[in-house]
Design a protein around this ligand. Structure first.
Ligand code: FES
Length: 135
């Protein structure tokens, strides 16, 4: 799917301008991100954690196609959260519906790292289970 959620306030989110790495847990898979290749797909904000994961073949569930209209793409950013764009109120409202919410939770389709440091993002167990059942 992909596209824009017309009910959300649109905000301009700067993308990374320098290469960086994201490690996805619990599989402990590290992805090297080259901003020149963004976007990697069509789902989520360009350069978002979801966009990067899908481009690397890591299947994070994303039922709404990355337009901030579900919470299935929930990840917990264990390192580097401060280098991601701030969550909008719309994202926070949607995140409130996610199970297993933590202080560092984000919707991976909305969280765009600026590339100034390495990111570690954990995919919650309930999401992984759903992802593996969908294949
Ligand atoms: S994929 Fe639906 S909110 Fe991120």
């Amino acid at each position: 799917m992909g596209g824009v959620n017309p009910y959300n306030q649109d905000v301009d989110v700067p993308q990374a301008t320098q290469p960086f790495e994201i490690t996805f847990l619990p599989m402990n898979q590290t992805v090297s991100v080259d901003p020149a290749d963004m976007p990697f797909g069509h789902d989520g904000r360009s350069g978002s954690i979801l966009d990067i994961a899908l481009g690397a073949g890591i299947d994070i569930d994303h039922a709404c196609g990355g337009v901030n209209a579900c919470s299935t793409c929930h990840v917990i950013v264990r390192e580097g959260l401060a280098t991601c764009n701030e969550a909008t109120e719309d994202e926070e409202d949607m995140l409130d519906t996610a199970p297993g919410l933590e202080l560092n939770s984000r919707l991976s389709c909305q969280a765009v790292p600026n590339g100034s440091t390495k990111i570690v993002a954990e995919i919650p167990g309930w999401n992984r289970n759903h992802a593996s059942e969908s294949h």
